[in-house]
Design a binder for this molecule. Structure first.
Ligand code: XMP
Length: 323
């Protein structure tokens, strides 16, 4: 019968057999799937696995630390963290258009990741022949069966990688659904904050700032987002909502009053949604007292924010994210 214990045992044996004395690499995104896949492979082959985490500076408060400290503590995995904040912020300078932001972030991400990969491959030690991916069963079905090998193309501007380098894929979660993946992660001892994490977009807070992305704005949004998450968790609502993007309207200002003074600050948008698969969504009817606490705290604690608004649009016509 199906138990997480059986799944782990079977996969560990299969991965050991597949990898032998070679090495594997795995990219961590901070999300559930890559974390559980990496933890499972680490259980099987220990330090023959190297994980790579690209810190693009667009993560929420505490997320990078969660990967750097808690994930490593729980799994003992060998982790390379690339601090690429400068690089991403420089590339994003002056850019406000959503699709352009997404393209830049995606492009820089691949460059940084491939460079880290090339360095790992070039160091001494057994050949790196395997790439770990957190592909789930629904992903396999959607893409019509899946492939067997990944063709990682080297870009002109990324030195060090052989052309058309082929990795064999390790996809230990291919037969599992999301809730099963969470159970396996829990059994592997991963922290709750990682295992129960709600969806978060790859481009991170970069697409939750309407306007140009700057360090100052990111810090502001991180503070507002942390307050919203804290209050939603405290109210026991994490399982009731699909996710709650917090968006900074950096190009909008409105007049307010605080203490004796007039303010002219930015609005923060709360976008709590309920959904089954993110294809369609409805806005979550959060309790007014929870909304009130979030609003009061954000306007009191986050400088330059003098208004909190609630997005009451379903998807369609609105998307979940604002960009
Ligand atoms: P939208 O905004 O299209 O979002 O309604 C649907 C779901 O996808 C997430 N999302 C992303 N996830 N990379 C990701 O990994 C992305 O570029 C991306 N954009 C949106 C979004 O958070 C929601 O869960």
């Amino acid at each position: 019968s199906w138990t997480t214990g059986n799944v782990i045992e079977e996969q560990v044996a299969a991965i050991r057999e597949q990898v032998g004395d070679k090495r594997a690499i795995c990219g961590l995104s901070g999300g559930v799937d890559s974390a559980v896949a990496a933890a499972l492979v680490a259980r099987a082959i220990g330090d023959q696995l190297t994980c790579v985490y690209v810190d693009h500076g667009l993560m929420r408060k505490g997320e990078t630390e969660q990967v750097e400290k808690d994930f490593v503590a729980a799994t003992g995995v060998k982790l390379v963290v690339v601090d690429a904040e400068e690089r991403f912020l420089t590339a994003l300078k002056g850019v406000s258009e959503p699709e352009e932001k997404r393209k830049i972030i995606g492009r820089e991400f691949i460059r940084v990741f491939e460079q880290a990969q090339a360095e790992i491959i070039a160091d001494e030690g057994p050949a790196v022949e395997f790439l770990v991916q957190g592909t789930l069963y629904p992903d396999v079905v959607e893409s019509g069966g899946g492939t067997g090998t990944a063709n990682i193309k080297s870009h002109h501007n990324v030195g060090g990688l052989p052309e058309d380098l082929e990795f064999q894929l390790i996809e230990p979660l291919r037969k599992l659904f999301k809730d099963e993946v969470r159970m396996v992660g829990q059994e592997l001892g991963l922290p709750e904050e990682i295992v129960q994490r709600q969806p978060f977009p790859g481009p991170g807070l970069g697409i939750r700032i309407v306007g140009e992305v700057t360090k100052e704005r990111l810090d502001l949004l991180r503070d507002a987002d942390a307050i919203a998450r804290e209050e939603l968790t405290a109210a026991g609502l994490d399982r009731d909502i699909w996710q709650c993007p917090v968006v900074l309207l950096a190009d909008v200002r409105s007049v307010g009053v605080q203490g004796d003074g007039r303010t002219y600050g930015h609005p923060i948008v709360l976008r709590p949604v309920s959904s089954e698969d993110a294809m369609t969504a409805d806005w979550s009817r959060l309790p007014y007292d929870v909304l009130a606490r979030i609003s009061t705290r954000i306007t009191n604690e986050v400088r330059d924010v003098n208004r909190v608004v609630l997005d009451v649009t379903s998807k369609p016509p609105g998307t979940i994210e604002w960009e």
